[in-house]
Design a protein around this ligand. Structure first.
Ligand code: ATP
Ligand code: MG
Length: 341
């Protein structure tokens, strides 16, 4: 039996995870579930660490983690979120960030022209290097002569493995997005690895766009995209853009994967949303679609499809929370989803 670890976390995390657990229970998908409900900001405050070695070994014993959200304004500056997410990312070498983006109903699209609305693609973002590697520093800090430098780290190994993962998930095409015309050294490395990766996957069409053109084309021709692969920073930006075209963070799922081991950390794109936490109005769809992604990853395709269909059905029927223009609470939406399962 597959087992999953659940970290409800902070803010609206536990509210949306509760909905996901009820749905999993109703589906009877044959998963064993280990809930780590002691991993949160209070513990970090008390003990200086939210995720202990014992927690990490419980997580290691499972096939995947479902995470609600971590973060609270009063502990934010202490590096709490970075501590939790980075330790999971590094411990399990979760180098591939996978964000499928599908418009589930026309009413969620911000675009006026119906012909431009079709969107069913995935952003594959490199998750371990690039501009977010933390290497750099400030020369003559806090002076008018200050120079700030952040290194953009790209390795043959890191780039090749994310490209291979992108090809492995493609249905028809992989589009590489970079800025090789302006960012020379890294651009050349990506281009070279890209040529080799394309040769390793001759059955898949390829396309290349610079980041500026890609941002424009995602809006003007969203239906042309299948898999988009990009570095850490470009992938970050494009996945928010794509999520906005599909209805926003209330419906945006995400997975950080290690394709070699199969281990994954699954979390909604949204954060802990302190402004609405405790009010009972958090949209549970992003967490439900994330749960579908997780169980699909573990091979439970029928149950995953059932969750997707139940969410799409609720959206079509207007049974949605205020962020999507409805008036239902998290509980009422959960009831609607459970009823349609
Ligand atoms: P983080 O730093 O963790 O990414 P953030 O402050 O950038 O957090 P979110 O916590 O995602 O962003 O919240 C951004 C806005 O979106 C907030 O106004 C929040 O209330 C809203 N929001 C986020 N998630 C949801 C949700 N599931 N349902 C409804 N509104 C949400
Ligand atoms: Mg954010």
């Amino acid at each position: 039996m597959d087992s999953i670890t659940v970290i409800p976390g902070d803010g609206i995390g536990p509210e949306v995870v509760e909905c996901a657990l009820e749905v999993l229970d109703a589906l009877d998908a044959g998963l064993s579930i280990d809930v780590l409900d002691h991993v949160h900001a209070d513990r970090y405050r008390r003990e200086g660490q939210a995720l202990s070695e014992a927690d990490l070994s419980r997580i290691s014993a499972s096939s995947a983690v479902l995470l609600g959200a971590v973060g609270r304004p009063d502990v934010e500056e202490t590096g709490y979120v970075r501590d939790v997410l980075l330790r999971l990312r590094i411990s399990f070498d979760l180098y591939a960030n996978y964000r499928p983006v599908r418009l589930m109903h026309d009413r969620l699209s911000p675009l006026r022209d119906p012909a431009r609305r079709m969107l069913d693609c995935a952003i594959v973002r490199e998750n371990t290097e690039g501009l977010y590697s933390g290497i750099g520093g400030n020369l003559r800090a806090s002076s008018p002569q200050e120079v700030a430098i952040d290194a953009d780290v790209n390795t043959w190994h890191g780039v090749s493995r994310i490209l291979d993962f992108a090809f492995s998930t493609a249905r028809r095409e992989v589009c590489l997005v970079d800025k090789a015309n302006a960012v020379r050294a890294g651009g050349r490395l990506w281009q070279e690895c890209w040529r080799h990766a394309a040769e390793r996957h001759p059955g898949t069409a390829t396309r290349h766009l610079y980041i500026d053109a890609a941002a424009m084309k995602l809006v003007t021709e969203p239906d042309r995209f299948d898999v988009i692969v990009a570095s850490n920073s470009y992938g970050d930006i494009l996945s928010d853009l794509a999520a906005a075209l599909a209805g926003g963070i209330g419906v945006a799922p995400s997975a950080s994967l290690n394709p070699q081991t199969g281990f994954g950390l699954f979390e909604p794109v949204h954060g802990s949303a302190p402004d609405i936490a405790g009010k009972g109005v958090a949209n549970p769809f992003a967490c439900l679609l994330t749960t579908a992604l997780l169980i699909r990853h573990l091979g439970h395709e029928a149950e995953a499809a059932a969750i997707d269909a139940a969410v799409a059905g609720s959206i079509a029927a207007g049974r949605v929370t205020p962020d999507l223009g409805g008036s239902l609470s998290t509980r009422q939406v959960t009831q609607a989803v459970l009823a349609s399962l």
